[in-house]
Design a protein around this ligand. Structure first.
Ligand SMILES: NC(=O)c1ccc[n+]([C@@H]2O[C@H](COP(=O)([O-])OP(=O)(O)OC[C@H]3O[C@@H](n4cnc5c(N)ncnc54)[C@H](O)[C@@H]3O)[C@@H](O)[C@H]2O)c1
Length: 341
């Protein structure tokens, strides 16, 4: 076990460990619930990172891309669980990026009204964010992540060996979320080695989730940079072939959040410089993608499921990063225009 970091997400009886480091997958068996006799491993073609759960297991693969994150896939997984006789005391293992862990988590939440799930996260984004915290979801034609459940895993493996095969675009996407952590409380990220970076991000996420599991308050800080990112995604400017990945959209959203906070007098202009410097050092975009329409983005941000009808953003300020409601539309438009739309 040497060289592995074990971080705890403290949620009373539902507390669990996140193992970070090279070779962490060898400890998978120790994270399974003691009663599990069988596992259903949910993964994708192309994720060449086999696991040995130490109990009987069957593997089911799902497709790639956001279109796969659907109720139809949940039904397919349920029928697979039925075929292999997965019981409520067995375990689902989500082996993949955030798409797999969101689907495996939701399928586990529904299977027999709640079956344990353990995630083996294989993208940087899933290791530092998606696999931790218990948010699971699928998309509807009307919007992303509209149906889901809070379903905490029984454990999470963040094995850095999995990242050796990660395509460049997926790295960049993960770095967008990592940049977010640098602005919401993880200090000195740039000076750390990868394992320490992942552990520091996991540790902050674990702390925030422990304080606010269902996102009624403090957990909103994890959405720093996400309001614009969701609007870019909803406008079809992200996620598709050759378009921005989620973390890239978040990176642009971070710069937007700094510019907006400065415009509202909440932070000084040096905050913009810090955001632009970090985001560009990761090779991520600091301006809006070509074709972005500020008025359309404002409309989409107004409809963001966390906005409650007005324009709300997670912004830095004298009390730190917090949710700020009732931001005037003309200020938002002005910042979007500055950002090159
Ligand atoms: N639940 C949450 O809290 C949360 C948080 C953030 C994002 N998400 C969700 O996560 C999803 C995005 O996750 P993602 O960025 O990990 O993308 P992803 O899961 O779609 O993976 C991206 C691509 O990388 C491939 N891949 C995965 N691991 C690999 C590896 N080790 N080597 C080579 N290829 C590999 C996948 O097959 C896929 O083609 C979105 O659906 C988003 O909504 C959820």
């Amino acid at each position: 076990m040497s060289g592995l970091e074990r971080l705890r997400v403290g949620l009373g009886e539902r507390s669990y460990d996140v193992l970070v480091g090279r070779g962490a997958k060898n400890e998978l068996h120790g994270l399974l619930p003691p009663g599990a006799r069988r596992a259903a491993v949910v993964t994708q073609e192309g994720i060449d990172f086999p696991v040995e759960p130490g109990v009987d297991f069957e593997v089911v693969t799902i497709g790639r891309g956001e279109a796969e994150k659907s109720l139809a896939t949940i039904e397919r997984l349920g029928r697979f669980f039925a075929r292999i006789g997965l019981s409520r005391s067995d375990v689902v293992i989500g082996l993949g990026g955030g798409l797999v862990t969101d689907l495996a988590g939701f399928a586990a939440a529904c299977w027999h009204r709640g079956t344990p799930v353990v995630h083996v996260a294989t993208t940087l984004l899933a290791q530092i964010d998606a696999a931790i915290g218990g948010k699971t979801a699928v998309n509807l034609p009307e919007g992303k992540n509209l149906m889901g459940a809070f379903w905490q895993p029984a454990g999470v493996v963040c094995d850095l060996d999995a990242l050796d095969t990660l395509p460049e675009a997926e790295w960049r996407s993960g770095l967008g979320e990592m940049a977010k952590y640098a602005f919401i409380g993880v200090d000195g990220l740039a000076e750390m080695e990868l394992a320490a970076q992942v552990a520091a991000c996991v540790s902050l996420k674990a702390r925030v989730v422990s304080e606010d599991e269902t996102e009624s308050g403090r957990r909103a800080v994890l959405n720093y940079g996400h309001t614009l990112a969701h609007a870019l995604e909803a406008a079809g400017l992200a996620e598709g072939e050759g378009q921005l990945r989620h973390g890239e959209a978040v990176a642009t959203g971070l710069v937007f959040a700094a510019r907006l906070a400065a415009r509202l007098g909440r932070v000084g202009p040096e905050a913009i410089e810090r955001h632009v410097a970090l985001v560009s050092s990761y090779g991520l975009p600091v301006a809006l993608p070509r074709g972005a329409d500020p008025a359309a983005l404002v409309e989409l941000m107004r409809r963001d499921k966390k906005a409650r009808g007005d324009l709300s953003f997670v912004l830095d300020g004298p009390r730190g990063v917090e949710l700020v409601g009732g931001v005037p539309e003309q200020e938002v438009l002005a910042v979007l225009e500055e950002m090159g739309a």
